[in-house]
Ligand binder design. Structure first.
Ligand SMILES: NC(=O)C1=CN([C@@H]2O[C@H](COP(=O)(O)OP(=O)(O)OC[C@H]3O[C@@H](n4cnc5c(N)ncnc54)[C@H](O)[C@@H]3O)[C@@H](O)[C@H]2O)C=CC1
Ligand SMILES: O=C(O)[C@H]1O[C@H](OP(=O)(O)OP(=O)(O)OC[C@H]2O[C@@H](n3ccc(=O)[nH]c3=O)[C@H](O)[C@@H]2O)[C@H](O)[C@@H](O)[C@@H]1O
Length: 451
């Protein structure tokens, strides 16, 4: 099929590249000329494992092209995907302005009947708005073409986006008519062969499903983070609790990790947008308000812990491992690391931070002479008092603890992701502070620090 993808970000680029990889011809359009120029040179603007290979293969094969020109992008297209951003507006709702704008601009240039698929995450009712606006435009233009709108939210995760797209748990499609459902079913058939993963529904339910899923995920994390705080107080280890509770198949082991709060471009903004939608419809979601509150508080946890142990942070040097909001991405949108670093700097500390890929993003948003973004995990620890682990990149999982014990001035690790064995770390000569891992461990480990 001939496809156009409008908005070439984490979702648009993965969608375009993967759909080209199964034989479609995909034209990817973005209004960011710098991004398109890089893509045309074969330079992938985001870090996403495996993406560069799929993009190169399909660009070389002539199935994947990039442009800033909407007319070029949509000519010949049977299906147009809208994958532009839907960032939070001031009141917490999702700003769907770019979606409407992109849809209207695309429709101006169509040269056949098309299905216009909204892939961006949008509040319930947005596809109705897009449909109405587009129909009005077609009437004004006296266009001979028919545009059918459909909803097809994306569930991929950054860091495993290619695999998630190619082997989806489910493909949710919301349509107003059977013809567009038939077309989308055909488009997704390569991912749907052995097991029917396509879940067809009405458009509003499809839009809602995306928010419900992210709200559910955020709720699990906030509940675990809240339980972790209590576990610490009552002398339990949240890691043991996670293993025990998660063994119940109704609960499951996935997405049950206590940590430094959820970040990224989606869970925070989608929970906030859903809360806004609920309030606007006089059905406030009390539970989600708590989920958000817990998450905001959790982002301060590491700073509080470091302060509790070191006391006055002024003049201290803190090593930070991990800046991206999660491993295997360079995305720092709403990353807990930013909250921690800003708090440390405000308290007068110096920060030496390392991330395998996300440092340039942080350098662009925090410009402070007391923040050094260094080239390796070891380098971050040189001259540092303590080490704080914020993102669980694989390369941080098994460090040389004895080297750390010798190198850090006040040998202590604050493990924001509970990736280390507390006993072993302590045996190696470091104090250990995890998340929700027992007040007894913490109490025993805390020793006064001399300046
Ligand atoms: N990042 C993720 O993992 C996921 C994101 N989503 C949703 O997908 C949507 C896109 O998210 P991302 O890919 O992360 O965003 P992004 O910010 O990485 O990319 C959006 C792209 O759209 C372009 N754009 C904006 N307005 C445009 C317009 N009028 N015409 C042409 N291009 C335009 C921007 O220049 C940018 O390159 C959002 O609604 C998000 O909630 C859904 C699932 C996963
Ligand atoms: O709508 C979206 O954009 C996407 O949002 C999330 O994907 P993503 O933000 O890429 O990353 P996640 O793996 O969900 O992690 C989100 C945050 O939660 C944190 N997290 C995750 C899992 C966990 O057990 N504990 C925990 O603290 C991560 O560290 C990270 O900060 C969802 O998982 C995707 O299904 C969805 O498509």
């Amino acid at each position: 099929m001939n496809l156009a993808v409008i908005g070439v970000g984490y979702v648009g680029l993965v969608t375009g590249a993967c759909l080209a990889d199964v034989g479609n011809h995909v034209s990817c359009m973005d209004r960011d000329a710098g991004k398109i120029a890089r893509l045309e040179r074969g330079d992938i603007p985001i870090f996403e494992p495996g993406l560069d290979e799929v993009v190169r293969r399909n660009a070389t094969g002539g199935r994947l092209t990039f442009t800033t020109d909407m007319a070029r992008a949509v000519c010949d297209a049977d299906i147009i995907f809208i994958a532009v951003g839907t960032p939070p507006a001031e009141d917490g709702s999702a700003d769907v302005g770019r979606v409407l704008e992109a849809a209207m601009e695309a429709v101006r240039y169509i040269d056949r009947d098309v299905v216009l698929v909204v892939k961006s995450t949008v509040p319930v009712g947005t596809c109705d708005r897009v449909r109405d606006a587009v129909q009005a435009l077609l009437r004004t233009m006296r266009s001979p073409w028919k545009v059918t709108v459909a909803s097809n939210p994306e569930f991929l995760k950054e860091g495993s986006a290619i695999d998630d797209f190619q082997r989806p748990d489910r493909i949710v499609v919301g349509t107003y008519d059977t013809a567009s459902l038939t077309l989308l079913r055909a488009l997704y058939s390569p991912y749907n062969r052995n097991h029917d993963r396509l879940i067809a529904m009405d458009v509003r339910s499809s839009e809602f499903t995306k928010y419900a899923a992210n709200a559910m995920l955020a709720t699990r994390i906030s509940l675990m983070n809240e339980l972790a705080r209590l576990a610490e107080k009552v002398g339990a280890d949240i890691e043991e609790v996670r293993r025990g509770a998660g063994a119940d198949p109704r609960i499951g082991h996935h997405f049950l990790y206590a940590g430094v709060g959820y970040g990224g471009s989606c869970l925070p903004k989608d929970v906030s947008a859903l809360s806004r939608l609920a309030a606007d419809n006089d059905e406030p979601l009390d539970l989600l308000a708590g989920v958000q509150r817990v998450n905001e508080r959790q982002k301060h946890l590491l700073f509080e812990k470091v302060g509790k142990v070191l006391g006055d942070l002024s003049g201290r040097t803190i090593a930070v491992w991990g800046l991206a909001f999660k491993p295997n991405t360079d995305d720092i949108r709403d990353a807990p690391s930013l909250v921690l670093i800003r708090e440390l700097l405000a308290a007068g500390a110096r920060v030496r931070a390392y991330d395998p890929v996300a440092a340039p993003g942080v350098a662009a948003v925090i410009k402070d002479p007391d923040l050094a973004l260094v080239g390796s995990a070891r380098d971050a620890c040189l001259g540092a008092d303590v080490l704080v682990v914020v993102t669980e990149w694989r390369e941080f999982k098994s460090p040389d603890f004895r080297w750390l014990a010798k190198t850090l001035n006040q040998p202590a690790i604050f493990d924001g992701r509970n990736i280390y064995d507390a006993n072993y770390v302590q045996e190696c000569g470091l104090r250990y502070f995890g998340v929700g891992r027992g007040e007894t461990v913490i109490e025993a480990a805390v020793v006064p620090v001399t300046a």
